[in-house]
Each structure stands twice: as C-alpha cells, then as structure tokens.
Design a protein around this ligand. Structure first.
Ligand code: TRP
Length: 393
C-alpha cells in the first residue's frame, strides 16, 4: 500500500497527463488554466462537494445575508465546510488561510477570493493568514529572480491591505521572510509526502527541480500555523480558486498522520479573461486588468474586450446581443456588480437589442475606474501599514 499514492479524489488523477489527453478540452492545474473549463466535471474529478442549498441556508442563518459570490455560485465547491460551521456553532472559532503567488502585479481576478475572504472575516470575526509565495514563483518560473518575486510580494501585500482587512486579525507572510517559522511545519509534511504522491498529482518527472517537488509542503504549512501559534487545535478554512485544490488534497491526506486537523476548503471558479477564453492571467496583459493600470489602460482593455455583439449596430438592434458569451457581462457578474437587478436588467436589454456594446462598455469602464481609484488610494495608505500586517521571523 505504501507504494501507491492515496488521495481523496480520483487516485489516478494526473493533471499533466490530462493536458495531453485529447478528450479534455480544458486544463486546470495550479500553474495553468485554459480552454473551456467544465466546473461540474472538476468537482467530480477532484472529489469535492457542491455548496448546495442546505449549506447556503446554513451560512445565511449565521451571516444574515449571502455574499453575491455564494448566491451566484462563483464560490461553488467545498471540502468540509459543514464541519467548520459545526465547530463555529460550538464556539470554536476557525481561522482562514489564503494566498497568492507573486509573479507580477495583482489583477482584478485575484481580488475575487480576497474580497470574499474579507466578507467572511467580517461576518465570522475570524483571523486571516495570507501567504505570499515568492519561493514558489522563483522555483516555477525559470526567468524570475528572487529580488523580483520578493518585490512583487510586497506590492501584492499592498493590494490585500487596500481591501480593508482588520490589521488586528490579518497576518500576511512572505515565505522567504518567515521561513524559520514555516520550515519545521513544512518538514513534518515533507516527511509524510512521497515523491510518488506529488508526482501523481502534479505530473512531475525526473527533470523537475527538487524545489518544486518540495514546494507543496510550504503551501501546506500555513494550514497548521494557527494551531502552532495558538498552541491548540484551530480549524482552518481556505477560500481559494479550485485550481489550488490539488495542493490541499495532499495536505489533507497527511494532516491526521502528523497530528493536525485537516483544512477545509471553499473553492471559487476562476475569473474569466477579457478575450472570452480561459482565466484572467498575468501572462496575457492585454486581456487582464491590473490594480496598477491607469484609467486609460482600463479604457483601452475593456474597449477591446470580447462581447456577444453583432457586426453592425443595426443588426444588433434587430437581433439583440448574446450576453452569455460576453466578457463585459462576465466581469460584472464575477466582480464588479453586486446588484442582481442591475445585472438582470442589462442582460435583458442586451438580449433585446436595447443596449449596444459601446454603451455597456462605457458603463463598466467607469465602474472599474471608480473602483481602482479608491483601491489605489488604499494601496498608498497601505505602505505605512505594512508592518502592522507582516509576520516575520
Ligand atoms: N499557489 C498560489 C498561487 O500561485 C499561492 C497560494 C499559496 C495560495 N497559498 C495559498 C492560494 C492558499 C490560495 C490559498 O497563486
């Protein structure tokens, strides 16, 4: 038995092999997402659970309202979140953990799970641990040096702080600055994680650098950090993109063997890109909006976005547009419009040919620029607050 990897999902899952599988028309790994992602299929392949009506009702009973990302099934999958609520109701407060790989500036798609985490923090009054994995981005990106990934970690930290997290309850850790604390925990994980485990899940081979093979232990460590810091078992939930689940599936497999609670997860769908394909990605700067973009950048990117409009205004007035495939509509739906009535109204008017793409784009450009103006002010203020948030050895 020891020779075989054990995971909770499909034990034969090999993400990299699937990449070459002609039957799949999409790829989702922690490092790559492309194609037409089938989120229902991912639940099955990863072996996670739907956030169903019962769980939503349970959350709403406690929080008094549902965040739009829950109501719209953007956060749509979970592992053990019922258990987190059981513990919460017994008075055992959980901690949250999420993170970001600092390979560049933050884009608005990254903000999605963080905005949600902020809501959870406010509603449940819990602490958040936020990991910035400068080591990961150094190891996995051949052309990135350590100075660059560390500098981006500090830049990305400003974006987290700008969202208004409570400094008393929010702890940001940059891996290379906090490694003395993380390392003993990572070691415990490393001792129980075999090469065959990570190889099976990530498709590593003999040419993979050994840092990458070790890396999952570092991403696992913050799952157990609250327990170490508080000196007693602290349940942890990780709000994150479903693409990160493979790391945590491995973490969960080893948790009880090393005397820790398994972390629970809440998974979100990935924010769509402006060209109508795949997820927003820093490697596609023209179809991705960064928090550091100027109003002119935003205008130009959104003006060129893929929409469901017709070739001529006349035709669109007659036939209507197709909001289902429209990147502008998606941006509203995923991040920039909380109000369902507004979403539905624009949807209907698009279908009926009452609103054309130009007007629709202008509205969103204004909305995004208003958001970014405020966010940038928050980033400036955050520079003075950094030390209140950063955990260092
Ligand atoms: N690997 C993630 C990325 O590349 C960063 C990360 C570290 C993370 N810990 C996490 C993401 C916890 C979500 C939850 O972006």
């Amino acid at each position: 038995m020891g020779r075989f990897f054990i995971t909770e999902g499909n034990p034969h899952l090999n993400l990299m092999e699937e990449k070459n599988n002609p039957k799949e028309d999409y790829v989702v790994t922690p490092w790559e997402a492309s194609g037409n992602i089938d989120y229902e299929d991912l639940i099955e392949r990863f072996g996670t659970s739907h956030i169903d009506k019962e769980l939503l009702d349970r959350i709403e009973d406690i929080t008094g309202e549902l965040h739009f990302m829950l109501a719209r099934e953007i956060f749509y999958s979970h592992r053990d979140f019922n258990w987190i609520l059981d513990e919460y109701e017994k008075g055992n407060h959980f901690a949250m953990y999420t993170g970001r790989g600092p390979s560049g500036h933050t884009h608005v798609g990254h903000l999605m799970p963080w905005i949600f985490a902020k809501w959870l923090q406010d509603k449940f009054d819990v602490e958040l641990y936020f990991q910035l994995t400068d080591d990961e981005k150094f190891l996995f990106n051949f052309d990135m040096d350590q100075e660059t990934t560390h500098a981006y970690a500090l830049e990305n930290a400003l974006d987290v702080i700008a969202l208004g997290f409570d400094p008393e309850k929010t702890h940001i850790l940059i891996d290379t600055d906090y490694i003395s604390t993380l390392y003993p925990i990572a070691l415990k994980v490393a001792k129980r994680l075999n090469f065959s485990n990570v190889k099976a899940v990530f498709g590593f081979d003999n040419s993979t650098n050994v840092g990458s093979i070790f890396y999952t232990t570092i991403q696992s460590a913050p799952c157990f950090l609250p327990t170490e810091l508080k000196g007693h078992d602290v349940p942890v939930v990780i709000p994150c993109g479903i693409d990160q689940d493979p790391h945590f599936r491995l973490t969960r497999d080893v948790a009880s063997k090393i005397g820790y609670l398994k972390p629970a997860l809440l998974h979100n769908k990935l924010a769509p890109s402006l060209d109508g394909t795949g997820k927003m990605s820093a490697s596609m700067p023209k179809t991705t909006i960064f928090t550091t973009d100027t109003p002119e950048d935003v205008k130009s990117k959104l003006s060129n976005a893929f929409t469901g409009g017709c070739i001529s205004a006349k035709e669109q007035r007659e036939k209507g547009g197709n909001p289902d495939i429209c990147a502008i509509q998606n941006y509203r739906y995923y991040i920039f419009e909380e109000n369902d009535e507004i979403i539905n109204d624009i949807y209907r008017r698009c279908r009926d040919g009452d609103i054309l793409c130009g007007e629709c784009k202008s509205q969103l450009i204004e909305k995004v620029n208003t958001f970014l103006k405020k966010h940038k002010k928050g980033r400036e203020k955050a520079k003075d607050l950094l030390s209140d948030f950063l955990l260092t050895d």
